[in-house]
Design a protein around this ligand. Structure first.
Ligand code: FAD
Length: 485
């Protein structure tokens, strides 16, 4: 196991010729897929002394892993309250601790020394689209006291001092969460894995596996490999080696854009350096390269060219920060995430020597790192903590029907989030008006030397006018370009 790593050179970071597997090979562990999951496993297993071969059908970071924002948070895509409800407090706490270890694995790898230009910075802010102060307090207590996670509650005023928009209410600030250049990290990881002794072959799709014997066989178009362990880390594209596994994932394509430089005004409007994400998982953004805005928003359940969504990202930015005007989007990227039915990743041993690490959804940085550590340690040290994931079985994601339902759920989620946000803002405006009215009334009473006027006995006070129905208060949900398909 190698403990010290030197920095990743330009060549190692991706600008080098791809090696394809063109000869038969024997290894302890064969990892299928060179995304975040596959490479984290390869790195950890190679550090622990195993001989590891990674087979990648296209190139390193080809899908989501090479096209993501690099925000590293504790926890999972499944909200903490739902995790506790599903498996109970104690197990949820253990899983949460593992997810934090995953984040620390990323932090230890993503240093400027190991990965020049990776730019790690601390602090992530999660903002609420609705006025949910009470819920926030109980969540903070739980995070700080029960889950040993530093989190700070921000009142509405503080959130709005940092983010000049009335869209967001309270916030939870995670001082120890962090971000790195998400598009570089996977290449840095590959370089570290190589340094530790793992061999990575690109343009090498696995077309079939025979996992029945002790030594398992892996077939690619140009060569064969034999290994004691196979780790399936192909996410939604795994295909032929175990098609039924791919069918347990709902593919969700996510897209992000980067604006042209916006100048100093962006810092006046967004005075927060780290990543910001809303509590409904709709928007996720931060300032990059000094004065550009990187913004992730739309999602689809079919593959589309990211460039098609530049308009959606632009409109989304304008709807949250109208002061920025019509920004120019100069770069779009995206990839497919694999979402499980239960919202938790698939980590574990399917049968002796056959492992799975996929379904990390939109929170793959810390969770794939955690999977890497757990699987490698289980293979090499007999660590059995991956069994904590057993309650989250492989459930069929519903094929095409599942995708359609997924898209509807996504649209419903966004629409209901927009509706809830509009309603919260409506209530806030109403409260301000009420306070102003009361102050005017009190002033008038003082001037007239009378107390508050009461209706004469037997006369019922006139009810306040009802609030506008939600439908009227709701602003139209920005439609993705894809809606016209
Ligand atoms: C726009 C966007 C922003 C995101 N932002 C964040 C973020 O800020 N923070 C965060 O935590 N997460 C984020 N995510 C989620 C994160 O990127 C994913 O969860 C993670 O990358 C999944 O990694 P993976 O290795 O499981 O899958 P993948 O990245 O899909 O990698 C799997 C690899 O396996 C290969 N493969 C598949 N089948 C075979 C085969 N048969 N033979 C050989 N190779 C095969 C594929 O070619 C692919 O390269 C984001 C995702 C997107 C799309």
């Amino acid at each position: 196991m190698s403990e010290t790593f030197t920095s990743v050179s330009q060549e190692e970071a991706g600008f080098r010729e791809r090696a394809r597997l063109s000869f038969d090979l024997d290894a302890d562990i064969c990892v299928i897929g060179a995304g975040l999951a596959g490479l984290s496993i390869a790195l950890e297993a190679a550090r622990l002394g195993a001989s590891v071969a990674v087979l990648e059908g296209r190139h390193i970071g080809w899908n989501a892993s090479g096209n993501q924002l690099g925000t590293v948070m504790p926890g999972f895509a499944l909200p903490l309250a739902e995790l506790i409800e599903r498996i109970g407090f104690e197990d949820a706490r253990e899983l949460w601790t593992l997810s934090k270890e995953g984040a620390e694995f990323v932090r230890a790898n993503a240093t400027e020394e190991n990965m020049p230009g990776i730019g790690p910075t601390d602090g992530v802010l999660e903002v609420s689209n609705v006025d949910a102060g009470d819920r926030l307090i109980s969540r903070l207590q739980m995070l700080n006291e029960d889950f040993d996670t530093e989190a700070e509650g921000w009142q509405v005023d503080r959130v709005r001092a940092a983010l000049k928009t009335d869209r967001y209410f309270h916030g939870v600030y995670y001082p120890k969460a962090f971000q790195v250049d998400g598009r570089k990290y996977v290449h840095g990881l590959a370089a570290l894995a190589r340094r530790a002794g793992a061999r990575i072959f690109e343009d090498t799709p696995v077309v079939s596996i025979d996992h029945s014997g002790i030594r398992k066989r892996i077939v690619t178009p140009s060569a064969r490999l034999r290994a004691t362990h196979i780790v399936l880390a192909g996410n939604i594209h795994l295909g032929a080696p175990l098609r039924r596994l791919s069918e347990t994932l709902l593919p969700v394509w996510r897209y992000a854009g980067i604006t042209a430089p916006l100048g100093e005004r962006v810092h006046e409007i967004i005075a927060f350096k780290g990543s910001v994400m809303d509590s409904d998982g709709v928007d996720h953004f931060r300032i990059v390269d000094g004065d550009r805005l990187m913004w992730e928003s739309p999602e689809t359940t079919w593959a589309a060219r990211p460039q098609r969504f530049a308009g959606s990202v632009r409109r989304r930015i304008r709807s949250i920060f109208p002061q920025l005007g019509n920004v120019e989007i100069t770069d779009m990227f995206g990839g497919a995430t694999g979402q499980t039915v239960h919202g938790m990743p698939q980590i574990g041993q399917l049968r002796k020597g056959l492992w799975v690490a996929s379904g990390f959804g939109r929170q793959g940085m810390n969770t794939s790192a955690m999977a890497g550590q757990m699987i490698a340690r289980s293979i090499l040290w007999g660590d059995e903590r991956w069994k904590l994931f057993s309650p989250f079985e492989l459930v069929w994601a519903g094929g095409t029907t599942g995708r359609v339902a997924g898209q509807l759920v996504g649209i419903w989620g966004r629409a209901s989030s927009a509706a809830a946000g509009s309603l919260a803002r409506y209530r806030e405006r109403a409260r301000v008006k009420d306070r102003e009215r009361e102050a005017r009334l009190a002033e008038a009473n003082r001037a007239a030397g009378t107390g508050p006027r009461r209706p004469p006995p037997g006369v019922r006070p006139r009810p306040a006018p009802p609030p506008k129905p939600v439908a009227e208060a709701v602003e139209p949900v920005p439609q993705d370009d894809s809606a016209s398909r």
